[in-house]
Design a binder for this molecule. Sequence first.
Ligand SMILES: [Zn+2]
Length: 490
Amino acid sequence: MGADRGWRIPESGGRWLLAAASLAVVAWSLVLLPSGCQTQSTARRPDLPDGVLDARSGSARGGAAVAAPSLAKDAPRRPPPPSLRPQVPAREPEVRVRVATLGGESTEFSHPSGWLWLKPIGAGEGVTVRSPVSVQPGDQAWRVVQAAGSREAERLEIRPGSALEIHAPQGSSQELRWRGGDWPGVATLVPLQGDGPPQTDLIFTVPMETYLPGVLAKELFKGWSPETYRAQAVAARSYALCECAWWKGRRHFDVVAGQASQAWIGATADPKSREAVADTRGEYLVFDGRVVPAYYSSCCGGAAASATDAIRDGSWMDIAPLSATDARFVRQKGCCEKAPTARWTVTMPTDEFSRRLNAWSREEGRKDLGTLSGVRSISVAERNPAGRPTLFRITDAGGRKVLWGSEDLRYAVNGGASGTRDALKSGFLSPRVDRGKVVLDGRGHGHGTGMCQWGAETMAKAGRSHGQILQRYYPGAGVESSPPSDAEAR
Ligand SMILES: [Zn+2]
């Protein structure tokens, strides 16, 4: 992005007067937005609505990890996703990270230089404004106030219907400030179409290697080993690249900052995170010549899930490194017993349990699951070769039997798409009914596919390298590097 910005901080203290005229802006389209890099189709279940955290994952720190990308229910029809996974990129890709979906309120950006550059997408020149700047979506215009909060505060308007980019000065090594944090890259405000109150997505478009430290700093515990950080860097880079490839030209962001993709805190000074990213610069996990969508989760509970069971179907997922049928996974003992989430129990009245399942089936249009009237019994109906349950058989009070997928069950009990509960940390359950209650003895945290973060740390403490960690959790995959660019080689 930086190379074509074409502006610099005004020299000297001379006053900069802004053209008062509004900026004409044509309607933006996905094509005009920066398309960073992009994952995968065939939902075994409907994709999740945008903006909803996917309760199917959990980071080592109990926050976020990787889950399936999501599609808005009312989104316009998208072109089909690519059928092939991406190759190792020749150049550093950019990642479009959705950091927030804002309402109609104004939001303030600032920069230590005292200047910012606003650039409407699709038409018109950029305009230099004095920091801080507050920006609010309106019916007729973006309502912008430069030097917000000072005596020199001045309003200007930029016509709506377009995304609006907010740039730091060219060449500045300092990030934008937003809500008390430092955020690298270019901010883009994207108005969302649709009925109801106005909504605007805030996206940061960030070079991959600049994006990753802010993922590691949030995904892993500070006291964990450098080799765990390096393995995480390669996994997070590979996952992000696949999301970029999956969403390119189909959505205005590649990943979200949070549980539905992977955590991201923006810029970070954390040396361990920065060093792990620098040490593995340009390294991607590759299988069969293409990058692996390297899903990972906090704690597998001792048995991995395959991506086709836990994430979704499709050729991108159905590969050996993401399968739980490999003997190396099946032999997986001593992975993550020390994790606080290695074992847990959730107990719930049977009527509450069936109510949540019924609500989820309705919400998801899953008529095949029907309506449960209470729960008489629940048992494991099927396990994968690693021993992790993939299907549960539920018999209701009327004697009707239904099969539930383990991740569906987890998601339903946690409140479905509108839920915020995270009671079931995984779908790895030994269920039973006991005196009017469903008792769920669970293991692990997250979907269980790919790298187990707690297991990676156990290996690192035992002296294993990040390559060995990746080999264990993505069997058959290898690490390949992007060719170093001139800028990187300096
Ligand atoms: Zn594990």
